[in-house]
Design a protein around this ligand. Structure first.
Ligand code: IPD
Ligand code: CA
Ligand code: CA
Length: 271
């Protein structure tokens, strides 16, 4: 049975992601511009990233004033309830800026440091993914109602479809390209979707066999990692470690392990 607190957190996360998704989809200005840049000139923030984070934190604070926040656009409070919300208001900003459809709102709730609820809304796909720890992973689509997610049965690694992402910092991207060059002859193919949260949900939904990336932040992966694990995928960082900024790997069992070993051999992580 689901913990009633977790059910309440899920309801709130779904409502926040739904409202932020609607704001982003319906409120995207035709002349959307870059508001500022972060780690490099191509790491951009738009006014919509900022507005979506405010919408989410305002809504959650109204219902749960004692919770903490960690949001990509600056929300950072400790809180006193033991619950902290980890939010990427717009994951896939470059896609959003260009009008490409792969972007998402990612909202996760942690209890005493463990993710217990994750919601990823992908409005242009008409799909929202969610998971509560121990309760499986689910997707709600505009066209097919709610369905339980399960990752794919593993193919041999050479037939695995694996997604990745590239960092905004040029030296990191160059290193990532070297790793991808070594991997690509050993796999079916590589994808670069542009939203880490969607990549993790696509592993959960059986649309990818695996995913890896160096340089993710907690808000990129908190919700998607829980959704992938609740769908039966394995996730980690370097062998024996949890997903981290240094390396995140996710995959269906049977693909995860050899992929993680190859990434270790190819030096795909950083400290
Ligand atoms: C980015 C996306 C992208 C990944 C980057 C992330 P943002 O998040 O998830 O797929 O490759 O590492 O920073 O900047 O669009 O929120
Ligand atoms: Ca992100
Ligand atoms: Ca973002």
């Amino acid at each position: 049975m689901t913990d009633p607190l977790h059910s309440d957190l899920l309801d709130l996360a779904q409502e926040a992601a739904r409202r932020a998704g609607a704001l982003l989809k319906d409120g995207r200005p035709a002349d959307l511009a870059v508001a500022r840049t972060k780690s490099s000139p191509i790491d951009v923030v738009t006014e919509m990233d900022i507005a979506a984070e405010k919408l989410i934190t305002d809504l959650i604070s109204e219902h749960r004033p004692d919770d903490g926040f960690l949001g990509e656009e600056g929300a950072s409070t400790e809180g006193t309830s033991g619950i902290r919300w980890v939010i990427d208001p717009l994951d896939g900003t470059v896609n959003y800026l260009y009008g490409l459809p792969t972007w998402a709102v990612s909202v996760a709730a942690e209890q005493d440091g463990e993710t217990v609820v994750g919601v990823v809304a992908a409005p242009m796909r008409g799909e929202t993914f969610h998971a509560v720890r121990g309760g499986g992973a689910w997707a709600t689509g505009a066209w097919d109602g709610e369905r339980r997610l399960a990752c794919r049965p593993a193919p041999p690694l050479e037939q695995a479809l694996v997604s990745t992402g590239f960092n905004y910092v040029a030296e990191v991207r160059t290193h990532q390209a070297d790793v991808a060059r070594k991997l690509i002859p050993l796999l079916r193919d590589i994808r670069r979707g542009g939203s880490a949260a969607v990549d993790l949900c696509d592993v959960a939904a059986g649309r990818l066999d695996g995913y890896y990336e160096r340089g993710l932040h907690p808000w990129d992966l908190a919700a998607g990692d829980l959704i992938a694990r609740e769908a039966g995928a394995l996730t980690g960082g370097r062998p024996g470690e949890r997903p981290a900024h240094g390396l995140t790997v996710a995959g269906t069992p049977g693909v995860f392990e050899p992929l993680q070993r190859l990434l270790e051999d190819f030096g795909a992580w950083h400290d």
